[in-house]
Design a protein. Structure first.
Length: 279
């Protein structure tokens, strides 16, 4: 039997804000009945972008009920900017912790909240594009590669068991465990690389940026009569300034070159969060 905190038991036995809101501003959804857990999160937002009311309907275990209940209490009275910062870790911590095998319940709360915020901002998923670019890794629970990578990074997951605890992937037939392990290895390698980069001094990082530009980017641009020059690196904001030269300087696709070639290459070889702008 899992060890639950008193707060988890309180919100399971006496959940707060259960039900629907009449004429809600938005409804966020996560999970599915097929997967065994589902959450609908109803939000009422006023004209000052403050959550006036929140209610939920959930199908799942006691941890799912408790996570949904505490989430509504956490967001009522908060601005949307404050709500955007809430993570599954915050939900679990507010409950006094959850057993590792039940962390997926807090993740479902975060996903429902993120779904609501996306709908509020007017984001619409292109399902066809999503299907092509976001491979489903776990067919049993419909868990995509992008979601797996997101949870691995945000929660510092190290093993396949960790992944199963947080998103349930690999917890049914088990056929996807080898794919999960491969993704874990890639993410752990990337994390180690970022840790090494974080140890570089500003001078060392500038030298690395300049080296990548000279050896990987310049030759590609020069094939088409273009060129590029490193101008500056803003260490505080992690922004590289470059000057496009030759044919690139007058090209109408200069912005695409900056983003699709220069920034992508520097993110791959130097820092995944680096930004590039033109002088």
């Amino acid at each position: 039997m899992w060890d639950y905190s008193e707060k988890v038991m309180e919100h399971y036995r006496n959940p707060k804000n259960v039900g629907e809101i009449e004429n809600p501003t938005v409804i966020g959804e996560a999970g599915s009945l097929v997967c065994g857990d589902m959450l609908k999160l109803y939000l009422k937002i006023n004209d000052k972008n403050v959550v006036e009311d929140a209610k939920f309907q959930t199908f799942g275990c006691g941890s799912a009920v408790a996570s949904s209940s505490i989430l509504t209490e956490m967001i009522i009275g908060k601005t949307l900017d404050e709500v955007k910062k809430i993570t599954n870790k915050d939900i679990a911590n507010e409950l006094g912790g959850l057993p590792p095998q039940k962390m997926h319940c807090s993740v479902m709360g975060q996903e429902a909240l993120e779904d609501a915020l996306k709908k509020l901002s007017g984001e619409k998923e292109d399902k066809q594009q999503n299907n092509n670019s976001d491979k489903i890794i776990c067919q049993c629970f419909n868990i995509s590669e992008n979601l797996l990578r997101k949870e691995i990074r945000e929660n510092n997951l190290k093993t396949v068991e960790d992944v199963t605890n947080y998103v349930k992937a690999g917890g049914a037939c088990g056929h996807c465990k080898s794919s999960i392990a491969a993704i874990l290895n890639e993410e752990l390698a990337s994390s180690e690389k970022q840790q090494e980069i974080a140890k570089l001094s500003p001078t060392q990082k500038i030298l690395k940026i300049n080296n990548v530009i000279e050896t990987s980017i310049v030759p590609m641009l020069q094939k088409d009569g273009g060129d590029i020059e490193f101008v500056d690196y803003d260490t505080e904001n992690n922004i590289v300034t470059v000057k496009l030269k030759g044919r690139c300087s007058a090209c109408k696709n200069a912005l695409l070159t900056l983003k699709n070639l220069v920034e992508t290459t520097l993110r791959e070889h130097v820092d995944k969060n680096i930004q590039v702008k033109q002088a």
